[in-house]
Structures are given as structure tokens and as C-alpha cells.
Design a protein around this ligand. Structure first.
Ligand code: SF4
Length: 264
């Protein structure tokens, strides 16, 4: 290849990577869209407050293949041994749901049932989460659910800082791939990790926060609600706010959140 042609390709590649970095994309999947022309970078210098993490497809307004992006992340994890939690797990619990979800829930880590089945939130707390999702008129298949750590901590203890540090990059990539409109952090570990704060869930819950430009609602973990049923009312208040935000700028054909009223 001519030197001038090589320089042109190099310039286009650099422009493309800079554009993706500004949009919050910190990795490149082989199936990504073709390189844009260096001189016609369509992305703003700074992403809008609620900009999706992946550069949108011009026709649909959405990234072209989020399922493939998630599959690539899962492939990258492989039979992960990056932290000591791998020793006690039966199944790596990656995440579940709609790759195009506008609403994503993040919990703490798998418990016994999740470890057995390889799916997040399938035990008693998971059934309560499903009811919470249905209470705002959505189904589990409409949302995406993942955890901070993908391997079960022994005796359901909290994940330790080194374990969170090892696993967090994969959650961040999942969020990047999905580009949800709204995030819900379930419980202390998820809220503190995503918001990089020492403030506890008791103070955080109920108010909008932000994770890299995405509105984030911290609320109680369903496992906490199983022990503290009186606080379900607070989670309901949080979910009404989530439903309102979910319905903002809803594209045609996307099912709206419709919170149920008493008796429904
Ligand atoms: S918790 Fe995450 S980083 Fe640790 S072994 Fe499991 S998948 Fe790997």
C-alpha cells in the first residue's frame, strides 16, 4: 500500500477511535460499523447527558447488534479465574434479558439458586424482582438484569473490593453494550460500586443519580425487602420515578411502562 494511503487509513482509524471514546465506548468489537470518514465525524465533542454508550445506527437510532456485543463480552470472560470467587462457583452468571433494553437492573452477585441455574435473580429475591418489574407494566424479557460480580461469593457474603475490581470491567462493558435509558442499582453494593461512593443505600435511594451520563435510581435490593416488607412502599415510589423516566422519548413501537394501580 502507498505511504499516502496508509496515512489516510491511519488518520481515519484515529478519528474513529476518538469518536467512539467520546461516546463512552472504550473497546472495539470486530463486527462494529465501518470507519467513518475522518473529515465528517458525526459525534459531538461531548456526549449528551443521556447519550447511549454505543454510537447509534443512523437509520434506527440504535446500535446495530447489541446481542453480538454482549456475546463478545461473554466470550472474553471465558471460564473466568480473574478473582478468587471462581473457586466456589458452579456457573458463571453473566446476565439475562433484552439486549436492547431501555431499563437495566444491577444487583450484587449470584446466590445459591443463581449459581445453580446460571441466571441472575431466579431465587426468592428474583421472584420479587420479577413482580416489581411486572408492577410497572413490563416483563423480565423487556429489561436486562446483571450483577456486579458474576460468581457466587461463599455463604452469600458481600463481594470484596478485589473481587469487585476484577469483575467490574465486564459489567461496565455490558452497560456500554446495552446503552440503557435508565439504570436501577439494587442495594448497597451495586449503588456504591456504580456511583463510586461510600454513601450507603439508605441515603442514596430514591433520588436520581448518574452513571456516566445514564440516569441511575438506587433502591433497595429485593432480598432486603424479603426481610423488611414495610419498605416495599419506598421501592414502589422509586419505581414510579423509573417508569416516568423510562417513558420519556419512547420510540414508536416500544412498550411503555404502565404502573399498576391498586386492585390491578
Ligand atoms: S467474580 Fe467475575 S472476575 Fe471473579 S472469577 Fe467470577 S467472573 Fe471472574
Amino acid at each position: 500500500m502507498e505511504k499516502a494511503a496508509l496515512q489516510s487509513v491511519s488518520a481515519a482509524l484515529h478519528a474513529h477511535l476518538r469518536a467512539r471514546a467520546r461516546a463512552g465506548v472504550r473497546w472495539v468489537y470486530p463486527g462494529s460499523a465501518p470507519l467513518p470518514e475522518a473529515a465528517s465525524d458525526p459525534l459531538p465533542l461531548a456526549p449528551a447527558a443521556d447519550a447511549p454508550r454505543q454510537a447509534p445506527d443512523p437509520a434506527s437510532g440504535r446500535a446495530p447488534d447489541r446481542a453480538a456485543l454482549l456475546a463478545a463480552i461473554r466470550d472474553e470472560m471465558g471460564d473466568c479465574t480473574r478473582c478468587k470467587l471462581h473457586a466456589g462457583r458452579k456457573n458463571l452468571v453473566f446476565g439475562v434479558g433484552n439486549p436492547d433494553a431501555r431499563l437495566m437492573f444491577v444487583g450484587e452477585g449470584p446466590g445459591r439458586d443463581e449459581d445453580e441455574q446460571g441466571e441472575p435473580f431466579v431465587g426468592a429475591a428474583g421472584q420479587l424482582l420479577t413482580k416489581i418489574i411486572e408492577a410497572i407494566g413490563l416483563d423480565r424479557s423487556d429489561v436486562y438484569i446483571a450483577n456486579v460480580v458474576k460468581s457466587r461469593p461463599p455463604n452469600n457474603r458481600n463481594p470484596e473490593p478485589d473481587e469487585i475490581a476484577a469483575c467490574l470491567p465486564f459489567l461496565e462493558k455490558q452497560i456500554d453494550a446495552i446503552g440503557p435509558k435508565v439504570l436501577v442499582a439494587l442495594g448497597n453494593v451495586a449503588a456504591k460500586t456504580l456511583l463510586k461512593t461510600d454513601t450507603g443505600i439508605m441515603k442514596l435511594r430514591g433520588s436520581w443519580r448518574e452513571y456516566r451520563g445514564i440516569p441511575l435510581m438506587p433502591t433497595f435490593h429485593p432480598a432486603y425487602l424479603l426481610r423488611n416488607a414495610e419498605d416495599k412502599r419506598l421501592v414502589w415510589e422509586d419505581m414510579l420515578k423509573v417508569a416516568d423516566r423510562y417513558n420519556e422519548d419512547l420510540p414508536p413501537g416500544v412498550k411503555p411502562a404502565r404502573p399498576k394501580t391498586k386492585g390491578q
